[in-house]
Design a protein around this ligand. Structure first.
Ligand SMILES: Cc1cc2nc3c(=O)[nH]c(=O)nc-3n(C[C@H](O)[C@H](O)[C@H](O)COP(=O)(O)O)c2cc1C
Length: 169
């Protein structure tokens, strides 16, 4: 689990996601700026959480992703989420997102460019203001997203081993 945060909200969502993923297997949670090349070795599922910055990923996430080599994520399942202003309260940010897209989608596209295989639709957790807090229930939504992700990752492997077949999707 790789994240960036300025005000702590993306970290809170990332730690919630990591906690749930941790019920299914070992998880390491790192800030983007602290990720070293060796940290990606042996990783089967890479989840990235980013704050929204003008509907794009934060500089730290973009910088880290820019430094990865094409093909480096071959065979790695990837997923991304962002934290974002609540569309209902922040109409300008919502309008901008409709034009530019969402930060998490940009992250997922980059992860796929690097060779990763998308493991889940992106998600976004809504904030009351730029500095937070997350709206009520959003951390629970992050947990549910992580649980669905973990189950989806676990299911094909379990079916494959039970049937001794590598043909599961
Ligand atoms: C310079 C700046 C630009 C931002 N642009 C957007 C934006 O385009 N859309 C949006 O939903 N939130 C935007 N935000 C609010 C961020 O979503 C929010 O600050 C961030 O997700 C909080 O995450 P953090 O607590 O982990 O730092 C912006 C915040 C800053 C400081």
């Amino acid at each position: 689990m790789v994240f960036d945060t300025t005000y702590g909200n993306t970290e809170m969502a990332a730690r919630a996601v990591a906690e749930v993923l941790g019920w299914h297997g070992p998880v390491r949670t790192l800030r983007a700026e602290d990720v070293k090349p060796g940290h990606l070795e042996g990783v089967t599922l890479l989840v990235v959480g980013t704050p929204s910055r003008s509907s794009r990923p934060s500089d730290a996430v973009r910088g880290w992703l820019a430094g990865l080599a094409l093909g480096q994520l071959a065979g790695v399942r990837v997923a991304a989420f962002d934290t974002r202003l609540d569309d209902e309260r922040h109409r300008l940010a919502a309008w901008w997102a409709r034009r530019v897209g969402r930060a998490a989608d940009a992250v997922l596209a980059r992860l796929e460019d690097l060779g990763g295989e998308s493991a889940a639709a992106t998600d976004g957790y809504r904030l009351e203001r730029v500095t937070g807090p997350l709206l009520e229930g959003e951390t629970d939504r992050a947990r549910a997203w992580a649980e669905a992700l973990a189950l989806a990752e676990g299911a094909p492997r379990a079916a494959g081993s039970a049937e001794g077949s590598a043909s599961d999707p």
